[in-house]
Design a protein around this ligand. Structure first.
Ligand SMILES: Nc1ncnc2c1ncn2[C@@H]1O[C@H](COP(=O)(O)OP(=O)(O)OP(=O)(O)O)[C@@H](O)[C@H]1O
Length: 281
């Protein structure tokens, strides 16, 4: 291992965590979704969060984003207490986190340009409108949409374009962290591969930390630095994929070594994996 790599790794260890979760408990009535859950996300990595249906992936994301108050636990985002009642702390977390919900969750009565402008106007009401427009257009282009998409309404876009518009809006405030809830769900394989590529490109170009909930094995194999597995009310393992694949747990073995897991693995090993056209939707 070169001295540069050793230095870089040592440096990364010293950086404060992007997300730190300790002792998180989430319940709904009698149902315990998380119990004393711990999770770390390091800055600059893409973490894929997987787990069976109902294991609490979305609830975990909502708790980190302070959209749901847990019964117990500590959550820090970039060193700030994300559960704080303090207005400045909440604002700091809000400005540093961009979210892409399933289906983009755009306002249907607003154009793409207006949708992307919403967070800018809300957080920086003093910004002149021409600057808001230029910033929003920059994000629309960054998300891989053509300029002509800016004037369109969500109903006039394809599913993939809506997701790209959702990414543009998530990036509006230049957040350090990007949260994605099943970003490739509903996309055809070529569209999904192109979207994975977009996430990786944006992460590298903007130095983002990405928290990504997915069921898509191709996404895990293609772009995730780490995989966090939710099961038994906690994060079972949070490690590079090679390590997770060998983890001794029935769900993990079924997921990674079932037919779909094997297919995704061999696609990744093939030299032409995901060599589809870098198409724009
Ligand atoms: N607002 C709520 N009220 C009651 N129960 C809820 C609420 N939100 C989530 N739950 C329950 O918490 C559990 C975890 O839900 P969550 O949506 O986080 O699962 P998930 O891992 O994201 O599942 P999937 O992969 O199917 O999307 C589920 O049993 C769900 O029914």
């Amino acid at each position: 291992m070169s001295a540069v790599v050793v230095h870089a790794m040592a440096h990364q260890e010293e950086l404060p965590l992007a997300i730190r979760v300790r002792g998180l408990t989430n319940t709904f009535g009698d149902q315990v979704v998380h119990e004393s859950l711990d999770m770390d996300v390091r800055p600059g990595e893409i973490v894929g969060v997987v787990g069976g249906s109902g294991t609490g992936k979305s609830v975990l994301m909502r708790a980190i984003l302070n959209l749901r108050r847990p019964q117990a636990g500590v959550i820090e985002v970039l060193g700030v207490n994300a559960l704080s009642e303090d207005k400045d702390a909440r604002l700091a977390v809000e400005r540093n986190t961009g979210v892409l919900y399933q289906n983009g969750a755009l306002f249907s009565s607003l154009t793409v340009m207006e949708n992307v402008s919403v967070p800018l106007k809300e957080h920086y009401p003093e910004l002149p409108l021409d600057i808001v427009h230029d910033l929003a257009m920059l994000k629309i282009r960054l998300s891989g949409l053509a300029d002509t998409a800016a004037a369109k309404y969500p109903s006039q876009l394809s599913g993939g374009m809506r997701k790209r518009a959702g990414i543009a809006r998530a990036l509006a405030l230049d957040p350090a962290l990007l949260f994605l809830d099943e970003p490739t769900a509903g996309l055809d394989p070529i569209g999904a591969a192109a979207f994975d590529e977009l996430i990786r490109t944006l992460q590298q170009a903007l130095g983002l930390t990405v928290f990504l909930i997915t069921h898509d094995l191709d996404t895990l194999y293609t772009i995730c630095d780490r995989v966090a597995v939710l099961a038994d009310r906690r994060v079972l393992i949070n490690a590079p994929l090679a390590e997770v694949e060998t983890f001794d747990h029935p769900w993990v073995q079924e997921y990674f070594h079932g037919p779909r897991g094997r297919a995704a693995q061999s696609a990744q090993q093939s030299p032409n994996a995901h060599a589809g056209p870098g198409e724009k939707e």
